[in-house]
Design a protein around this ligand. Sequence first.
Ligand SMILES: NC(=O)c1ccc[n+]([C@@H]2O[C@H](COP(=O)([O-])OP(=O)(O)OC[C@H]3O[C@@H](n4cnc5c(N)ncnc54)[C@H](O)[C@@H]3O)[C@@H](O)[C@H]2O)c1
Ligand SMILES: O=P(O)(O)OC[C@H](O)CO
Length: 323
Amino acid sequence: SLLADSHSEVVVWSRNAAEVDDINQSHMNRRFFKEVVLSPNLKATLSMEEAIREAEAIILAAPSAAMRGVCAALRPLLTPVQLAESLIVHVAKGFEAETMKRMTTVIAEELPEYDANKLVVLSGPSHAEEVILQCPTTVVVASGNVAAAEAAQDLFINAYFRVYTNPDVIGVEVGGALKNIIGLGAGLIEGLNFGDNAKAALMTRGLAEITRLGVKMGANPLTFAGLAGIGDLVVTCTSKHSRNWRAGYMLGQGKALSEVLDSMGMVVEGVKTTKSAHKLAEQYEVSMPITEALFQVLFAGKAPIEAVSDLMGRVKTHEIEEV
Ligand SMILES: NC(=O)c1ccc[n+]([C@@H]2O[C@H](COP(=O)([O-])OP(=O)(O)OC[C@H]3O[C@@H](n4cnc5c(N)ncnc54)[C@H](O)[C@@H]3O)[C@@H](O)[C@H]2O)c1
Ligand SMILES: O=P(O)(O)OC[C@H](O)CO
């Protein structure tokens, strides 16, 4: 919808025939956005081949768990011209669960003929529910290739969608993935009725552990002070639109994880990301107490109230690591 506001031909590929019909016939996507009328520039198709035919830019917007499969299906459809010239941008915020790989790594592995350095990640505080209403939104695009990042900036930027560039692909991907864990925690705190001090604490100390792991993985620490770090963390921990926050809220109210996920009907990236980050923390020997607490609640049956009590009772320490 955002791209169709500034570009004449935008085609969405979907597996869902009802969704495709709704977009093509009524210019609506009522499964997700009840009352929004979409641009007539936006078309939908059930055929991936048709969606990417002659595409100058390809946006990969599937959930992280689906990214490898989507790219495997895309590979034989890309023409030599597209492999050499098309921009590929992904917007997924998570890791591959089994391998803990970042999305640009997964995409590069599945599209070996495409220059991996040209891949772009777009991230930042950008709930679709607000972008589609043209509410002012800012994001960051990162690529190892400055020209690719700037091409993505030019592709997406418009009067209500401001796009910054950043060369730090690792930081932007890690920030976008890990903020979802803290979003789950913020919802959980609210579900327990623990108030705003606790939420502020979770966001602040959450950013500390996101930064700690990100830097060990090779990120620039300053990226976490930007849109893909604190920016997205704030929106996920405070917005009524956040699926991660909502899932955490239900957990805090005592609902079981399976019940919560069944009721969402949309991806809650933070659940699988908690498992990945838990493993990454071990691998990189980084302390991530909030992630550990969420891991215990999600996968080891620990009561949320007990997890918070454990967090508060940890051994006393300095705030700033170098001290
Ligand atoms: N929703 C947002 O506001 C938002 C903003 C920025 C980034 N993201 C990220 O974008 C990604 C997708 O999130 P979403 O909000 O669209 O999730 P969603 O659950 O709302 O929608 C996911 C869509 O992908 C489709 N899908 C799932 N598996 C698929 C597969 N194997 N092949 C093809 N299609 C498949 C689903 O049918 C659905 O239409 C996530 O990583 C999320 O973190 C979401
Ligand atoms: O609804 P959430 O929690 O998946 O968050 C969506 C986006 O990442 C917000 O920027």
